[in-house]
Design a binder for this molecule. Structure first.
Ligand code: HEC
Ligand code: HEC
Length: 168
């Protein structure tokens, strides 16, 4: 039994390391200039910082100028290539990953969650992470304040449903 332990530890470490390796994969969409961005923009932070933002050419230019001030190594023409790549491939609405379909468990409140909670973000945001039982009423109240169309009764139904299905 003792001899088996180190092997288990190695497996556990391998499993713990695997997700961070996947994170290190280049998350940038293909396009002219991608390699330049991948090298010049990964010196100080993970490329995912960039890949999750969408902006127009003017906005991207501000980011890139800012990064050059911080020390990103780019010549003048390379700055143009990078800004063009970012504006063309990470412009508003471009290359957004398709939301994974989320199937909600049956129960009172399911329809409300499907219709009211998916208009600003996908349901993956709502129904994947389990949260503390006390958190749901607060989150739903937050979302209502943000603009989720719900009456107080509907908010309660939604919070009860999420607490029943997405809490420990
Ligand atoms: C010399 C270091 C360095 C390099 C190289 C660098 N950055 Fe950054 N970048 C930073 C720092 C520091 C921050 C702020 C801390 C953070 O968000 O991680 C940052 C943050 C960002 C952010 C997030 C800003 C926000 O408000 O959320 C974006 C987008 C970004 N960088 C884009 C780029 C791009 C594009 C490149 C390549 C042209 C690049 N970075 C190269 C240092 C660098
Ligand atoms: C009017 C737009 C809008 C609607 C409708 C909406 N949300 Fe949100 N939701 C947001 C925004 C914006 C954020 C990100 C800001 C934040 O985290 O506070 C967010 C974030 C979240 C988060 C993550 C918050 C965290 O603390 O991790 C959850 C969970 C969530 N919403 C659940 C819901 C539920 C449940 C509903 C339906 C009652 C809903 N949302 C409807 C705008 C909306």
């Amino acid at each position: 039994m003792r001899a088996a332990l180190p092997a288990l530890v190695v497996l556990a470490i391998a499993a713990a390391v695997a997700p961070s390796r996947a994170q290190n994969a280049n998350p940038l969409p293909p396009g002219e200039g991608r390699d330049l961005v991948a090298v010049a923009c990964s010196q100080c932070h993970y490329l995912g910082t960039i890949a999750k933002i969408r902006d127009g050419a003017a906005g991207w230019r501000v980011y890139v100028d800012n990064m050059v001030l911080r020390g990103a190594q780019l010549s003048g023409p390379e700055i143009e290539t990078v800004v063009n790549y970012l504006a063309l491939n990470l412009g508003p609405g471009m290359n957004l990953s398709p939301p994974k379909p989320v199937t909600l468990p049956d129960g009172a409140g399911k329809d409300l969650v499907e219709t009211r909670c998916s208009v600003c973000h996908d349901l993956e945001r709502v129904a994947v992470v389990k949260r503390d039982r006390r958190a749901w009423p607060l989150i739903v109240a937050d979302m209502a304040a943000w603009g989720a169309p719900t009456t107080p009764e509907e908010a309660k139904t939604i919070a009860d449903y999420l607490t029943a299905h997405f809490s420990d």
